[in-house]
Design a protein around this ligand. Structure first.
Ligand SMILES: CC[C@@H](C(=O)O)C(=O)SCCNC(=O)CCNC(=O)[C@H](O)C(C)(C)COP(=O)(O)OP(=O)(O)OC[C@H]1O[C@@H](n2cnc3c(N)ncnc32)[C@H](O)[C@@H]1OP(=O)(O)O
Length: 319
């Protein structure tokens, strides 16, 4: 008996038809649209988020914690250390709820995603996976997580995955749902899916191809390659190595070093930094003509706005 019964699919199909009917200038709103409760269309599928949310809660354990800071940089912590920060069902629901909170955070500029206890995330909780191992239920969980991670990447925040210890399976996929990846010495990103008789399902394959190219993605997935910081930097998967407080070249914990690293890319007024992410996002995801239209629209929100007027008044020189 499937844990995820298909009900209200008719109303979901109707919603999909409505979403598709929106004009091309509504494309941007679809990229950033705050998802309605209930039925949503995620890429090619329509699924009932409320129903899946309820079913996933049947698999408790751990939490996904969010700290929004006055600096405009939030910290999202995958917190299930007794399970190497594996995602229980309730943590998947937590994640989606934290993403919704971040979608509503108007003052946000940056986000750091980390794991508790010096390790990142070991993917789905295998105990939950075993309980929902039929294709229909797996597809429902996959759509829920694919939707949550797509929305995470589309946040108008510059995001960094701080990888300590291990990022395996869905944990490796989570790293690709951030704009940047910083790894600590000895850390590993590994798409172990092949060893599970699987392929990524949380959107990790589609994002990995866009990050490292199709040949490298084929190697990492086909070979379930252990990516250390050196290989990650070589392939373009890792954007930096974060030494800890004992590391050379700086002080502070890996999180403090990651905040310092991110700081240079989010310094400035939130509306400007959020506009930067929006125009890059549209350039990355939309066809050129729609990306140009979006860029014009976003430009219109910052031209003549307080930060622009202040800069003009200060006659600053860019030495
Ligand atoms: C879409 C992808 C998605 C999916 O298909 O749903 C997935 O992500 S599938 C899951 C992919 N992940 C894995 O297969 C990782 C499995 N775990 C390991 O390989 C190892 O635990 C480790 C992460 C390499 C760490 O090894 P080690 O340092 O030796 O510690 P332990 O193995 O003793 O782990 C400590 C503790 O944590 C439990 N654990 C670890 N990972 C998971 C997990 N993914 N799900 C549930 N529990 C996990 C492990 O069982 C230990 O608990 P105890 O046995 O109770 O001590």
């Amino acid at each position: 008996m499937s844990l995820f019964l298909h009900s209200r699919m008719v109303s979901c199909a109707l919603k999909r038809a409505l979403v598709r009917s929106s004009s091309c200038c509504g494309v941007w709103s679809r990229l950033l649209q705050r998802p309605s409760r209930g039925c949503v269309s995620s890429s090619l599928h329509v699924f009932d988020r409320d129903e899946i949310r309820q079913k996933l809660r049947a698999f408790p354990g751990g939490s996904v914690d969010l700290l929004k800071q006055d600096s405009g940089v939030a910290v999202l912590t995958i917190n299930n250390p007794s399970r190497m920060n594996a995602f229980s069902g309730s943590m998947m629901v937590d994640l989606e709820e934290r993403v919704t909170q971040l979608e509503k955070w108007a003052d946000g500029k940056g986000l750091i995603v980390q794991g508790a206890d010096e390790t990142f995330c070991s993917g789905s909780d295998l105990n939950a996976v075993r309980a929902i191992s039929n294709p229909q239920d797996g597809r429902k969980m996959c759509m829920f997580m694919q939707d949550a991670l797509t929305r995470l990447l589309r946040l108008p925040l510059v995001s960094v995955a701080l990888v300590e210890g291990k990022a395996l399976g869905g944990g490796a996929e989570l790293t690709t749902a951030c704009d940047f990846r910083l790894m600590t010495p000895g850390s590993v990103i590994q798409f172990v899916h092949k060893h599970m008789g699987l392929v990524p399902g949380w959107g990790g394959a589609a994002r990995l191809v866009r990050i490292v190219g199709s040949q490298n993605a084929l190697k990492l997935l086909g070979g379930a390659v252990k990516v250390d910081p050196e290989l990650g930097a070589h392939m373009g998967l890792a954007d930096g190595v974060m030494e800890g407080s004992q590391g050379a070249g700086g002080t502070g914990t890996p999180l403090q070093r990651a905040e310092d690293w991110l700081g240079r890319y989010v310094e400035g007024p939130a509306p400007v930094i959020r506009a930067v992410k929006k125009v890059v996002l549209s350039g990355r995801e939309l066809p050129l003509s729609e990306a140009l239209r979006t860029e014009k629209d976003v430009f219109g929100t910052v031209w003549g706005a307080p930060a622009n007027l202040q800069a003009l008044a200060s006659k600053s020189k860019h030495k």
